[in-house]
Design a protein around this ligand. Sequence first.
Ligand SMILES: *Cc1c(COP(=O)(O)O)cnc(C)c1O
Length: 289
Amino acid sequence: MSYDISTYAWRCECGGLFDLRKSDVGRGIFRDANDWSLWRYDFLSPYTSSASLGAAITLGEGMTPIIKESVGSVLKLDYLMPTLSFKDRGSTVLVSHAKAINVHRAAADSSGNAGVSLAAYCAVAGIELDIFLPEGTTKRKIKQLDAFGAKVHVIQGDRSAASEAAIDHVESHKIFYASHIYNPLIFNGTKTYLYELFEQLGGRLCENIFIPLGNGTLLLGVSLGLRELRSLGLIDSSPRIIAVQASECSPIAKKWREESLTQSSSYLCGESAGSSIASGIAIHTYQVS
Ligand SMILES: *Cc1c(COP(=O)(O)O)cnc(C)c1O
């Protein structure tokens, strides 16, 4: 089934997830090499004949530095993003799209960096954002969301309850669901992480790339970026991608080891899992405070 890009539907009525239809291979890597944000890349062009994006809603995200940690290894400092996480890569694309299709009100659910990032970009775009959080979300996070003008709803129950409340709200008010998990534009933003690395390393990539894995938005973006660099003929082989999960919450790593990963399952930790200092990648079915 296919939908117009301006749809407010957040997944196919057949139950599946959306993917963007590719119209052609991109023209090359740069759109404007003098733009020092991630918008320097022509990263949406394979999709733009349908994805008519308007003027970008940008806070100067992207082009984060890399530092050499030891011989042959580099760290990419995505915490230097406008709202302090790589989530801004996805938010700039998703919110630019929302603005282009005339969204005035949106809703999202998050207990972490994604919500804060969306709230900042929606504030710039003049889009009213309702955000749904599970109880137990830290006061600091709520203050940050308040500061960006988002309307915060704390929902009794776990992360999934917050998600259900957001979807109910979206469907009953017929507003836009700014989901960082379901909307495929997000991966088209996160893939610029790889484009930057390729450019910063002088037109090549490392042998191994370590990516944190929670819901997988960075991992999926990086895999998409790799496929695109290959189809543009810019790399001939792909680096090894090593996804990293928190030891206290690693459902995908476990299934990988058992060789029983399947596409249709959802992989979250149950309540028995421990809490982790790496809370950004520990995706529990309940909220860890
Ligand atoms: C969101 C986030 C992650 C996990 O990303 P996923 O897209 O959920 O896999 C890891 N680290 C930080 C700092 C994050 O904000």
